[in-house]
Write a protein that binds this ligand. Structure first.
Ligand code: EPZ
Length: 421
């Protein structure tokens, strides 16, 4: 096991380039199952979740070529297995994204139920309801979803709630289904738009990208494409908050400012200087940070994946802020660890009240989930003394070369062997 050790106090300065988006690559790796042609993706980040998905694709009989760093070639000539096993799905819920493509191309899939995780129950009832509406027979057996269909057929389906991977699964399923499918109340996250863009380049016929209603004309086959993955908006937001919390001046390049506009509005509101370029964002400290409330919502609202990072910033703000988590029912696992560093935070239901303190103190803390770990890194960057973040594998799921990128911005960060856990 490894840990990250941060000696706080440095103001981050300089430029950092955003990596490709984890939550775009994961569905795109599964969309490769929809064609027997080769798919080539560039700007693929080196993340644990990407490695897990490669394992899943190999398990299904897919051929991979990842010898060039940042480039991934996938060729699903034929699918020789139809199981997404528990040992893979339990480590990464997004494995469920194999369900739609397997049903569309093969008419069968045995996918382990993801089970809950640190941030909530995270059921997949919407994914299953949508596939049943498309004619799939779904059974649950020994913790697995057993899905069968002769050929998926078009449907007019309305999601009961906004679900990102639920929307992505059904878009992929409908792309090869017979007839014209209408999906309503869809998630409109940029990663969903990226998936639609790639599918249309593969020969799919999907209208309504960026809106909650999608019309999908099923095709008999799709062809391979070459695609450069969009920048990771959550990584971009995390580095911008790192600049804010350390009183620094950081420019994130190769990014999509329009994908983080809710965060940029909030950073300006709390008193930061924010400058937006065509594909870069610069955040500069501009005096004390004011406490300001935030509520997370599906896109284009404030991203739930940036809630923990924003809470770290509010821990050192002047005044009080209330942070409401409206997407997940248990996404405050970072609170106790921040409190151990001296933060003053009280949770009641889905709201956390943060009273800004003058300083945080470094401590030994434990990562619990990907974004909670990021908030502990940010707190450590600003804290007095050293912070040891244990179970750093949580961070490796979603941040490519985090310690290296932070060091390049002037942070005193090292990755060390962890003899505690
Ligand atoms: C995606 O997860 C992201 N993961 C998450 O990022 C992100 O936090 C989340 O969307 C919300 O933006 C990927 O894209 C791989 P949901 P997803 O389905 O699709 C409930 C990260 O840190 N729900 O949009 O799993 C669910 O319980 C990760 O990168 C149902 O009730 O999230 C949750 O409360 C964490 N039934 C809410 O909807 C369903 O069938 C939103 O979940 C599906 C979801």
């Amino acid at each position: 096991m490894e840990k990250i050790v941060i000696r706080g106090g440095a103001s981050l300065k300089g430029e950092v380039e955003a990596s490709g988006a984890k939550n775009a690559v994961l569905p795109l790796m599964c969309v490769a199952l929809l064609t027997s042609d080769e798919m080539t993706f560039h700007r693929v980040p080196a993340l644990r979740d990407i490695r897990t998905t490669k394992q899943l694709l190999l398990q299904l009989g897919v051929r991979l070529d990842d010898f060039t760093p940042g480039t991934l070639r996938i060729k699903a000539c034929e699918i020789t297995d139809h199981t997404a096993p528990y040992e893979l799905v339990k480590t990464m819920r997004a494995s469920v994204l194999a369900l739609g493509p397997l049903m569309a191309r093969e008419g069968r899939a045995d996918v382990s139920l993801p089970g809950g995780c640190a941030i909530g129950a995270r059921p997949i009832d919407q994914h299953l309801k949508g596939l049943e509406a498309m004619g799939a027979e779904i059974q649950l057996d020994k913790g697995y979803v057993i899905a069968r269909a002769d050929r998926l057929r078009a449907t007019d389906f309305t999601f009961d709630l906004k679900t990102v991977t639920g929307t992505e699964n059904l878009i992929m399923a409908a792309s090869l289904a017979k007839g014209t499918t209408v999906l309503r109340n869809c998630a409109v996250e940029p990663e969903v738009g990226e998936l639609i863009h790639v599918l249309n380049r593969m020969g799919a016929a999907i209208e309504g990208a960026g809106t909650e209603t999608l019309v999908i004309e099923g095709r008999d086959r799709l062809h391979g494409v070459v695609h450069e993955v969009m920048p990771d908006r959550i990584e971009v937001g995390s580095y911008l908050i790192a600049a804010a919390i350390t009183g620094g001046d950081v420019t994130v390049t190769n990014s999509r400012p329009d994908h983080v506009s809710a965060l940029l509005d909030k950073l300006q509101e709390v008193g930061l200087q924010v400058d937006v370029g065509e594909d870069s964002v610069r955040v500069r400290s501009n005096g004390p940070i004011a406490g300001r409330d935030v509520s997370t919502d599906p896109y284009p609202g404030f991203a739930t994946d940036l809630q923990a990072q924003y809470m770290a910033l509010m821990s050192l703000a002047q005044g009080t802020s209330v942070i409401r988590e409206n997407v997940f029912e248990n996404r405050f696992m970072h609170v106790q660890e921040l409190v151990r560093m001296g933060a003053d935070i009280r949770v009641s239901g889905r709201a956390a009240t943060v009273r800004g303190v003058r300083s945080l103190s470094g401590a030994h803390v434990q990562a619990t989930d990907l974004r909670a770990s990021a908030s502990l890194v940010l707190a450590g960057l600003a804290a007095e003394g050293s912070t040891h973040i244990h179970r750093v594998y949580h961070l490796d799921r979603g941040y490519d070369r985090l310690d290296e990128k932070l060091r390049n911005l002037g942070a005193d960060v090292t990755r060390e062997k962890d003899d505690i856990v």
